[in-house]
Write a protein that binds this ligand. Structure first.
Ligand code: 13P
Ligand code: SF4
Length: 300
C-alpha cells in the first residue's frame, strides 16, 4: 500500500505543485513541505516559485498573500476555515477611518490582515521586518495595525509616534510574565527568545524578541546550549530538527494555534486531488494589495 507521503509526492509531480508550510504546522506537515519558514520567507518563496500550484499549509491570510504575489498561480489552502483571528480584528473601513483621523500618517499593516485591508495600506510588514520598515518611513507619525503588541515593540525600537490598533494574537497574548518567570526559573541557563506578538511585559523580560524565522539564525549564531521558546509550540519541532545538539523548552504549556493545526496529511491529499479549497482574491484588490506587499519586499 502506498504511503501518504508517496501519494503527496506523486500528486505534486502531476500538478507541478509546491508545498509551503509555516513553522507552526504539525511535524508531519512540515516534513512533506518543500519549504518551511516564517511569513516573510514563505511570501518570498510564493513570489518566485516556478510551480503552477501552491499548496499553502498555514492560515488564510498567508495563502491570500501567496495569491496576491503570484496571481497567475492556483493557490490551495487545504482547510477552508484555517483562519487567523487577528487578521479579522480590523476591517477596511476601520483602517480608512484611522487614516482619516491621522492625515499624512502612512498605514503600515502586519501581513496578518485580510487582502482587503492590505489594499488600503501603504506598506505591509511581517514580524521579522516591522522595525526596519517603520524605521525607513520618512514620516514621524505612523499607523500600525492590527497587532497592538507588535506595534508597542516597534515603538520601543524606532523614534516615531506609532498609532496602534487594539488587535492581538490570542496565542501569544496569553503568554504571561509569570510564564516567562517560571520558565527562567526552571531553565536558568537557557536563552529566552520570544515572538514580538507577545505582551510588552513578556517582551521586556526576554533576551531576544524575534520572529519564528529569526529564531533559527539566533540559535545558529549563539554558543548557548539551551533556549526557552516564547511562541506557538509548533516551533519546537523545526528547531529541534535543525539543531539536535541544543535543547529547546516551551515557555509554558498549551500555547497552540488551533487553526494552524487543522491541516493534516489527509487534508493535503484531498485538497490536491480536488484542487479545492482554492484561494481567490478580486483582481482590483490584488492590484492594490500587491503594491503594499511589493513595497514590503523591496524594503526587506
Ligand atoms: P512569523 O512572521 O514569525 O511567521 O509569525 C506569523 C504568525 O502568525 C505568528 O503568530
Ligand atoms: Fe494568527 Fe496567532 Fe495563529 Fe499566528 S499564532 S496564525 S497570529 S492566531
Amino acid at each position: 500500500m502506498k504511503s501518504k507521503i508517496d501519494i503527496i509526492n506523486k500528486l505534486k509531480k502531476k500538478l507541478n505543485a509546491v508545498i509551503l508550510g509555516h513553522n507552526y504546522q504539525s511535524p508531519e506537515v512540515q516534513d512533506i513541505s518543500d519549504f518551511t519558514g516564517d511569513s516573510l520567507e514563505l511570501s518570498k518563496q510564493a513570489s518566485r516559485t516556478g510551480a503552477d500550484v501552491i499548496i499553502f499549509c498555514g492560515v488564510d491570510f498567508m495563502a491570500e498573500t501567496a495569491k496576491i504575489l503570484s496571481p497567475g498561480k492556483k493557490v490551495i489552502l487545504p482547510v477552508r476555515n484555517a483562519t487567523c483571528p487577528m487578521a479579522n480584528m480590523i476591517t477596511p473601513q476601520q483602517l480608512r477611518d484611522l487614516k482619516a483621523e491621522n492625515p499624512g500618517a502612512p498605514a503600515v499593516t502586519y501581513v496578518n490582515t485580510t487582502a482587503a485591508v492590505k489594499a488600503e495600506s501603504d506598506v505591509c510588514c511581517t514580524s521579522s521586518n516591522a522595525v526596519r520598515i517603520v524605521g525607513t518611513l520618512e514620516q514621524d507619525k505612523v499607523i500600525f495595525a492590527p497587532d497592538r503588541n507588535l506595534a508597542h515593540y516597534v515603538s520601543t525600537r524606532v523614534d516615531k509616534h506609532i498609532v496602534s490598533w487594539p488587535g492581538y494574537c490570542y496565542v501569544h497574548n496569553s503568554i504571561t510574565a509569570l510564564d516567562a518567570a517560571g520558565a527562567r526559573e526552571a531553565h536558568p541557563d537557557a536563552v529566552l527568545m520570544v515572538h514580538p506578538e507577545c505582551r510588552p511585559e513578556v517582551a521586556v523580560m526576554a533576551d531576544h524578541v524575534v520572529s519564528t524565522g529569526q529564531m533559527f539564525s539566533l540559535v545558529e549564531n549563539s554558543k548557548a546550549k539551551s533556549f526557552i521558546v516564547g511562541t506557538e509550540e509548533g516551533m519546537l519541532y523545526p528547531l529541534g530538527k535543525r539543531f539536535p545538539d541544543r535543547e529547546f523548552f516551551p515557555i509554558g504549556p498549551g500555547f497552540i494555534c488551533k487553526n494552524m493545526k487543522k491541516i493534516t496529511l489527509d487534508k493535503v491529499i484531498k485538497s490536491m486531488k480536488e484542487l479545492e479549497p482554492e484561494i481567490t482574491v478580486p483582481p482590483e484588490t490584488i492590484e492594490k494589495a500587491a503594491s503594499a506587499l511589493g513595497r514590503m519586499l523591496e524594503l526587506s
